[in-house]
Design a protein around this ligand. Structure first.
Ligand SMILES: [Zn+2]
Length: 363
């Protein structure tokens, strides 16, 4: 038998996705399940192995799955992907982007902003938020922040009926760590210990984000960095527990299971960098495909859109991959049928060009 693809083959080394995908498609435990919300350990919502225990001696750390124990468990997912004898639950990758930026951070940042506008600054919440937004904008400018909120000057951006939760895209939330520390540092009351706790929390938060950037070329964090990263995440979550208890009556600082998933990612950073397990690329791809799909709908009978979409996608990939063999990428513009250099065509006149450029610019 002749090997395909010149002997190259695929290896399953990580399964990525959001929590909805994990539970609905892969039949992994639902993250809100009190009886066992985690795919990597046998923690529970309360009791001696509660996920809410963030200490280094927490009970759940002793009930993390081994591949052998998982295979003997009757309640395991029967998803065909997991039937391979070499499958281990550790192939299920917790995603830093969904756990932190689109979860934990949204809850915490929303509470910090709510605290600032309602309790810390003296004016009306709306005018307080205007002041904070101006501070954030000047921080963005001063520090050349690559991804910024376009506006954060409405209370509806973080106010909810229950706990505050900040709206925004993952990258916008990610790059808010610095500006938020800046505004809290500026307006907090250093005589109040709970304010100092929040300050320390935000400093640790920025530190772990910087550590991820500093180690961006590593497949896994070097041992010393991994220890520091894990300790920072643990300290940050322990501080947050204290802060949340303090503001229990005010309904601020909601802590969800995503904090526990962050701890798993931190524990595994010595084996694999969180950057390699986050879904930013998947989200980019989704956006790209959605734009492409919209361009394929007009004039098509039901069912033809998908066909047209993949035809165009295949063509774009073909041109994209040709780049590997040649430094010149060519692009057939739809309008005039001629070949031209595919350096960024800012016109965006053809969807085809748009797709190709998005691929190029994502390098
Ligand atoms: Zn767990």
């Amino acid at each position: 038998m002749r090997p395909l693809a010149g002997g190259h083959f695929g290896v399953l080394w990580g399964i990525l996705g959001d929590l909805d995908y994990f539970s609905k498609v892969l039949n992994l435990p639902r993250s809100t399940l009190a009886d066992g919300p985690c795919a990597l350990c046998r923690c529970k919502g309360h009791g001696p192995v509660s996920w809410t225990d963030f200490r280094t001696g927490a009970g759940w750390r002793n009930v993390q799955w081994t591949a052998h124990e998982w295979r003997l468990w009757d309640g395991r997912s029967k998803c065909p992907l997991f039937q391979d004898p070499d499958f281990s639950p550790w192939l299920v990758s917790m995603d830093w982007m969904h756990a932190k930026y689109l979860g934990h951070d949204q809850q915490t940042y929303g509470s910090v902003l709510s605290l600032l506008v309602h309790f810390v600054l003296p004016g009306q919440p709306e005018s307080n938020l205007e002041i904070i937004w101006k501070d954030i904008q000047s921080y963005y400018k001063r520090n050349q922040t690559p991804v910024r909120y376009k506006y954060l000057n409405r209370l509806s951006m973080f106010q909810r009926k229950t706990y505050p939760k900040l709206r925004g895209k993952a990258a916008e939330v990610k790059y808010l760590a610095g500006p938020l520390l800046h505004v809290w540092q500026k307006y907090h009351n250093p005589r109040l210990s709970i304010h100092r706790d929040i300050l320390l929390y935000l400093k640790l938060n920025l530190q772990i984000e910087e550590q991820i950037v500093d180690n961006k070329d590593s497949l896994a964090f070097p041992e010393e960095e991994a220890v520091r990263f894990e300790e920072s995440v643990t300290s940050m979550l322990l501080l947050l527990t204290r802060i949340a208890e303090h503001f229990l009556e005010e309904n601020l600082f909601n802590i969800t299971q995503k904090a526990h998933f962050m701890q798993h990612v931190a524990l595994l950073a010595r084996c694999i960098s969180p950057r390699l397990l986050w879904c930013f690329m998947g989200e980019d791809m989704q956006k790209r495909m959605s734009t492409l799909a919209k361009s394929c709908v007009r004039g098509q009978r039901p069912g033809q859109t998908i066909f047209k979409l993949f035809q165009r996608y295949r063509l774009a990939l073909h041109l994209r991959f040709r780049k590997h063999g040649s430094s010149i990428v060519t692009c057939k513009a739809r309008n005039n049928g001629s070949f031209s250099d595919a350096k960024p065509c800012r016109s965006g006149k053809t969807n085809f060009c748009f797709l190709l450029h998005r691929s190029v610019s994502s390098d």
